[in-house]
Design a protein around this ligand. Structure first.
Ligand code: MN
Length: 311
């Protein structure tokens, strides 16, 4: 199945100092990884995993291939955490999608998510490996209790914390026109599925616009965590590939350039309960800012010219 439009966005959010998420956009392979650990370990973990996923691996079937990619990511993160004392105990989520002839194979560990958008409906494909979600599945917590639970970010499975990892692998039947969304919990903790569905539906085929809008909405609602979104569309083989369909250059293993020291910063659990509602300033489009800036520059030039002419 041919990959059509591709879009991605990653953002530090409003509360964290660093972006510990990484992403892979290397059609037909896509992934998000959400790292955790003290100091810069979370960044290292998600980046190592993204690098491992971006390489070719073995496996006779697509399922084996995807499982092996995640296992290799696991080995690399685990090894580094034992070589480097500052990276001890680090780990990362991994949600990876590999597009095949008639389907998409997913590999998944942690609480990042994969969704499929088809016929206007958003469907979550992965199950969170998350303490609170497991309590909900066991009937020990209601979904409402889970939403405000202080330990909602505690994951029960991660890549890199043990010598081996149990990977959820599933094959998803795909059709031309299907849209797949991979994201970190920084999106889904802030933006409900119904809102994601509406934004994707209203994007009118502009996937990058949808990805940017999802990140902006997560930030407007508090942005307590790093936010990462990868969107890709499946096109029919009969469709001619147009210039607009060509994927943008891969934006892999995205990390912040800022190198501030975060010696004792631990991966804080975002607590949403009881806080004041985040202010929601009106969101402006980047284009408007650019237009405003251009007008200001024009005005300044005109004023300077007039001043020089008059004086
Ligand atoms: Mn996160």
């Amino acid at each position: 199945m041919r990959v059509g439009q591709v879009a991605s966005a990653t953002d530090t959010g409003r509360k964290r100092r660093r972006n510990e998420d990484s992403l892979v956009v290397r059609p037909p392979l896509f992934a998000v990884a959400d790292g955790m650990g003290g100091a810069q370990a979370g960044e290292i973990a998600s980046r190592l995993a993204a690098e491992a996923l971006g390489e070719t691996g073995g496996g006779a079937t697509a399922e084996e291939h995807v499982a092996e990619l995640v296992q290799e990511a696991n080995r690399r993160v685990y090894r580094r955490s034992h070589e480097d004392a500052t990276a001890s105990g680090m780990g990362t989520t991994v949600t990876v999608a590999l597009v095949g002839e008639t389907d998409v194979v997913l590999g998944h560990v942690g609480d990042s998510r994969a969704y499929r958008f088809r016929d206007g409906k958003l469907e979550q494909l992965t199950a969170d490996h998350n303490l609170v979600q497991e309590l909900v599945r066991d009937g020990k917590l209601t979904p409402e209790e889970a939403e405000a639970h202080p330990q909602r970010s505690v994951i029960t499975r991660a890549v890199g914390t043990d010598p081996d990892v149990d990977v959820d692998v599933q094959r998803i039947a795909a059709e031309p026109g299907d849209l797949f969304l991979l994201c970190s919990d920084g999106l889904t903790d802030m933006v409900a599925d119904a809102d994601i569905e509406r934004i994707v539906a209203d994007s009118d085929g502009d996937l990058q616009g949808a990805a940017d809008e999802l990140v902006a909405l997560a930030n407007n609602r508090g942005g307590v965590d790093n936010i990462t979104v990868v969107l890709f569309e499946l096109a029919g083989d009969e469709a001619e590939q147009t210039l607009a369909d060509v994927a943008p250059p891969p934006d892999e293993a995205a990390v912040d350039d800022d190198d501030e020291d975060t010696l004792t910063e631990l991966d804080a659990v975002p607590v949403l309960a009881g806080g004041p509602p985040p202010e929601a300033p009106p969101r402006r489009r980047r284009g408007l800012y650019l237009l405003g800036a251009a007008l200001l520059v024009l005005l300044a030039v005109a004023a300077l010219t007039a001043w020089e002419y008059l004086s």
